[in-house]
Design a protein around this ligand. Structure first.
Ligand code: NOJ
Length: 545
């Protein structure tokens, strides 16, 4: 039997501070705003908060461009506020997981300001530099995730620096021992403050070999992570989760097998790419293939078993809201939101909730690029326009996949600006706040909020939800059903992932449902488990076979 860890048992809640709660009415969310809402999060039942970056930053990429890792962003508050947040959360048994963004810094970080002064500056090798190619252009074909080349010419020294994200996010050179030690020192600064762990931004890129155009899963990646583990969190009981877009189950085991002393778990994104055209970018839309979705989930559930640990999520600050994406945010908003929650939380792994998910917040369409805030969408718009796409087609892609969808202010009430602030927020609220908001959700015992609350409570009371084995059932495509089994107990999870009615037959006619665990609509259980599922129906029963 393997050791058990606290981070396997909790549910994590992600906060994007800029959009969570504004306490001082400047239109920008802040740390005191988070503290104000800790009682709400305690009521939900979560055990940890993943806090998107709160460090000093010029905000080219909303805090993912850090200019000082040991200072708090002025708009968000002070270091005292941060310490108070850690203490106040702790009083409620909630740990604070910091976002660790160390693939790159801001170009305004003191290290980069020094590095670009001259080729022999002591900080030069903190970053990745290359001479122009033979024809005088960019060193090679590496592209930035935010459009265009990943190389930017530095006029002073005539060399290019690497930025896999925006020009204002130069990549750190992890081959340089000094960089690694400086990062570990900074991590220990935060560990000493009593944080509960780190979410590691694009961590699979730190082993890059730019001259060979290798970015993800570079040759020294796992060596670096083992070194980091030993130098920092390895001695403490912390949650560490890597953002790893290129992970397969084999790779995920390298990161999360406890015997290897790297990370607790990783975010894998295989399911997230299912609605994009083969060979295309995320903006090239395609309908989601539910058969594949089931196979991918089942693969991750079974292949990591006992040699790693899964993270479970539908949403984060980079993704459109799942309820609008693969659910139905018009006719079946409440039903599909609850179904998605049940389907995810009943799987094996640590579930993550993204702010607003627990009340069924939806995407927000824009009609013109002037309404976009996100650098990724704005750069892509310019690039695709230059490549002959129509404005309409680009806006359609942004509405489907753009990151601003997840970044609208949390809808707290039906007051002006959704109760997020008393002044115009940095990004416009979704107009549906008058009916979709926390106040309404808390007042309605049938709301999506209480389904999440119940799922979390069930997890605390039932070890099966955490440790049980997973078994996918063979069903019609739109029906996603599986078993969880633990110490002689079996739970059956049945969900209808569609707007249509579908039949469900459990294969063993002798099996009986003995108890209803949770459901998203009233259900009469016939003993035979032969059912006609309503659109987006979901239920979990205890099974006797
Ligand atoms: C992944 C983060 O989640 C995203 O928001 C950010 O833009 C990039 N990494 C760069 O830090």
């Amino acid at each position: 039997m393997r050791q058990k860890y606290w981070w396997q048992e909790v549910v994590v809640y992600q906060i994007y501070p800029r959009s969570f709660k504004d306490s001082n009415n400047d239109g920008i969310g802040d740390l005191p705003g988070i503290i104000e809402k800790l009682d709400y999060l305690e009521k939900l039942g979560i055990g940890a908060i993943w806090l998107s970056p709160v460090y000093q930053s010029p905000n080219d990429d909303n805090g993912y461009d850090i200019s000082d890792y040991e200072a708090i962003m002025t708009e968000f508050g002070t270091m005292e506020d941060m310490e108070r947040l850690i203490q106040e959360a702790d009083k409620r048994q909630i740990k604070i997981v910091m976002d660790l963004v160390v693939n790159h810094t801001s170009d305004e970080h003191a290290w980069f300001v020094e590095a670009k002064k001259s080729k022999d500056n002591p900080y030069r090798d903190y970053y990745v530099w290359a001479n122009p190619s033979a024809d005088g252009g960019v060193p090679n074909g590496l592209r930035s995730a935010f459009s265009g080349s990943a190389w930017q010419l530095d006029e002073t020294t005539g060399q290019y620096y690497l930025h896999l994200f925006s020009k204002k996010q130069p990549d750190l050179n992890w081959q340089n021992e000094k960089v690694r030690q400086a990062v570990y020192q900074m991590m220990n600064f935060w560990i000493d403050k009593g944080i509960g762990g780190f979410r590691m931004d694009v961590i699979d890129l730190i082993g890059k070999v730019p001259e060979q155009e290798i970015t993800g899963n570079g040759p020294r990646l796992h060596e670096f992570l083992q070194e980091m583990n030993q130098a920092t969190f390895g001695k403490h009981d912390l949650l560490t989760v890597g953002e790893t877009w290129g992970a397969t189950p084999e790779i995920a085991k390298l990161y999360s097998n406890p015997d290897r002393h790297e990370l607790s778990m990783v975010f894998q994104f295989e399911h997230i790419g299912l609605d994009q055209q083969a060979g295309g970018e995320k903006w090239d839309l395609a309908p989601v293939d539910l058969g594949q979705l089931k196979q991918i989930f089942a693969k991750w559930q079974t292949e990591l078993d006992n040699q790693g640990w899964n993270s479970l999520f539908w949403n984060n600050h980079d993704l459109p809201r799942m309820i609008s994406r693969w659910g139905n945010d018009t006719n079946y908003r409440v039903e599909s939101a609850k179904m998605l929650a049940i389907l995810l939380h009943m799987q094996k792994g640590t579930p993550y909730i993204y702010q607003g998910e627990e009340i069924g917040m939806t995407n927000t369409a824009i009609t013109d690029i002037s309404q976009a805030k996100d650098i990724e969408s704005i750069n892509m718009y310019q690039e695709r326009l230059a490549n002959g796409f129509t404005k309409e087609a680009i806006i359609q892609s942004i509405n489907a996949k753009g990151r601003d969808n997840a970044r609208r202010p949390v809808q707290w009430s039906n007051q002006a600006y959704a109760g997020f602030s008393t002044v115009e927020p940095w990004i416009a609220v979704n107009e549906n706040y008058s009916s979709i908001n926390v106040e309404q959700a808390l007042a309605d015992p049938d709301s999506i909020f209480y389904t999440y609350q119940k799922l979390i409570a069930l997890r605390k009371a039932n070890p099966l939800m955490i440790w049980g084995d997973f078994e996918l059932l063979d069903t019609k495509e739109a029906v996603f059903a599986y078993l969880r089994k633990y110490q002689g107990e079996t739970w059956l999870v049945v969900t209808n992932f569609s707007d249509d009615c579908h039949e469900f037959h459990y294969s063993n006619p002798q099996a009986k449902a003995t108890e209803l665990v949770i459901a998203n609509m009233p259900i009469e259980l016939s003993e035979s488990l032969d059912l006609q599922l309503k659109p987006w129906q979901a239920f979990v029963v205890k099974l006797e076979e």
